[in-house]
Design a protein around this ligand. Structure first.
Ligand code: ATP
Length: 248
């Protein structure tokens, strides 16, 4: 049985500043309940793809000029970014972006803004986040700006989880982190996926780690998907081994 497609990107083209063609017809499918990896080197178009989905391109003078993006079968491109958030799609940006002057716990609480959620539920979500990230519980009273890179990545994911999302778009979770921490973050992503059923689409330059945790992968090169397949197959593919797995 095949899983339902939660998100589908069909042949999108993205142009920055009216002239710079960055995505040249990208298509991908994200099955509900899976971890899908968007792979490729620096500048391949991973972040642009995520921002096309979450409608965050406009502030960067970018525009989807062709193609279609659907979420649960309905077209979403050109809707307001908040529409997607309300429908349960949260993007965790590259570089983390916490509120530096707030504590770790206050940062987490800013993720729980969904209307109509009771205090008790927020408290429950907080405990759930702390169960995945015990480190955040230890650091809950610390000012976020003084936490480590790994803790800030945990915080960014934890904050996304506070809104009980259906799907998380995760941009480059490994960035700037030591290998052990990268492994730890991916293990947590996997257990959130398995236990909470959250669907992940993650952009990652670290092909090696991403293909060990994802179910399916798409490889982008200069704005095009050049290869896709089950993660287990991509790991064994000679071209992937030569061009991507050696690097990380
Ligand atoms: P990275 O890992 O560096 O984020 P990426 O695969 O996510 O790489 P993108 O950030 O999507 O790649 O960038 C794809 C291309 O688009 C790059 O050539 C980049 O220079 C260009 N680009 C990104 N943002 C803009 C922008 N706001 N205006 C013009 N060009 C941009």
């Amino acid at each position: 049985t095949q899983a339902e497609t939660l998100l589908e990107v069909s042949n999108i083209e993205v142009i920055y500043d009216h002239v710079i063609l960055v995505l040249k017809g990208v298509s991908l499918k994200v099955p509900k309940g899976g971890i899908t990896a968007l792979l490729g080197g620096n500048g391949a178009g991973k972040t642009t793809t995520l921002k096309s989905i979450s409608n965050l391109l406009r502030s960067e003078r970018g525009e989807v000029t062709k193609g279609r993006i659907t979420y649960m079968g309905e077209p979403i491109h050109d809707s307001d970014p908040s529409v997607l958030v309300r429908r349960g799609v949260i993007q965790v940006m590259e570089g983390r972006h916490c509120f530096e002057h707030l504590t770790v716990e206050e940062n987490l609480l800013t993720g729980a803004y969904t209307l109509g959620v009771s205090k008790a539920e927020i408290q429950q979500n907080l405990e759930l986040v702390y169960s995945y990230f015990p480190r955040l519980k230890e650091r809950r009273k610390s000012q976020a700006g003084y936490t480590s890179g790994g803790e800030q990545q945990m915080l960014a994911i934890g904050r996304a989880l506070m809104s009980k999302p259906e799907m998380i778009l995760l941009d480059e979770p490994s960035m700037g982190l030591a290998p052990q921490l990268v492994e730890q973050i991916f293990r947590i992503v996997k257990s959130v996926n398995e236990n909470e059923g959250v669907t992940f689409l993650l952009a990652e330059q670290n092909t090696n780690v991403a293909l060990r945790y994802a179910h399916y992968g798409y490889i982008l090169e200069s704005g095009r998907v050049v290869m896709d397949g089950l993660a287990a197959d991509l790991r064994e593919n000679p071209d992937v081994k030569e061009f991507y797995l050696g690097m990380s």
